[in-house]
Design a protein around this ligand. Sequence first.
Ligand SMILES: NC(=O)c1ccc[n+]([C@@H]2O[C@H](COP(=O)([O-])OP(=O)(O)OC[C@H]3O[C@@H](n4cnc5c(N)ncnc54)[C@H](O)[C@@H]3O)[C@@H](O)[C@H]2O)c1
Length: 320
Amino acid sequence: MIGVTGLGYWGPNLARNFDDLGVLSALCDLDPELRERYAARYPNARMHASFDDLLADDGVEAIVIATPVPTHYALARAALAAGKHVLVEKPPAMRAAEIDELVELAAERDLVLMPGHLLLYHPGIRKLKQLIDDGELGDVLCVYCNRQNLGIVRTNENALWSLGVHDLSVILYLLDEEPEICVAHGRDFLTEGVEDVVFCYLRFPSGKIAHMHLSWLDPHKMRRITVVGREKMVVFDDMELERKVTIYEKAPWKRTDSYGEWQTRSGDISIPKIPTDEPLKLECQEFIRLVRGEGDRRKVAEDGARVVRALDRLTESLRG
Ligand SMILES: NC(=O)c1ccc[n+]([C@@H]2O[C@H](COP(=O)([O-])OP(=O)(O)OC[C@H]3O[C@@H](n4cnc5c(N)ncnc54)[C@H](O)[C@@H]3O)[C@@H](O)[C@H]2O)c1
């Protein structure tokens, strides 16, 4: 049975899904008003006022952490040390050394350590992965991501940490490699020390490259991931309702005899049907599966660590 800690903005979405799936047994927040509100909504869940009380709840075998990012590492470590499986919101830690320690602890105790990388459970992203793995796109050459919006401009987290973590988790999932070069440039135009515009470049051992444009200062609202293959190209656009994924049969074809330029091939453009399942529900179901011993819990933890390591290196580059 599962306990959810952190009932601010995001935690209630996790609580609702685990309740719908019939496994919510406890809740926890430091804020008495939130405790009162959610105790009324989930009368069958035990309500705890401190994380230590939640850890001491023997009826809880797995803990979901939806507290602010700087608390993730310490809470996840305490939960694993107490023998509980952990689903921790993104990013699961702030430094490479911290996540490596959590992965080791989880492996030692054979516990689940799953980061809440929501986009990895989006059926559109799953489609991209399937197209790549089935060889539909040919060799993948590069991936680039646009996550821009003149929306809520956060002042406690920069665009790399707030927006980039989503794209980074997807890039590493799609390419399944650890980058050898991580470079980031950005500026803090609005809040001193908090970059609101960030450009990132990644290069992988296979030679593939990736780019992320992350910004709160932009005329466009964009949530787009483009994968360029030698045979086909594909775009995932989360702003679209019915065209989440578009496949373009466009590619360089052959060099012309006369000038040595590349001729290009431009064929059909297709839009596969993408299921409308709620990604958060799929993420919660995956956590339950892992807790029950299905799936590869070590790979999930290691994939999460890869994201934190790359974030750490990009942050170093940004500040460098
Ligand atoms: N996956 C997504 O798309 C997505 C979206 C939004 C937020 N998030 C993540 O969710 C997490 C929470 O974000 P939020 O916007 O809900 O934050 P929030 O500040 O609204 O809520 C955090 C809650 O945690 C509680 N809290 C803090 N320390 C605690 C502790 N030690 N024990 C128990 N409760 C504690 C606070 O009282 C607060 O109610 C962050 O990691 C954020 O990155 C993920």
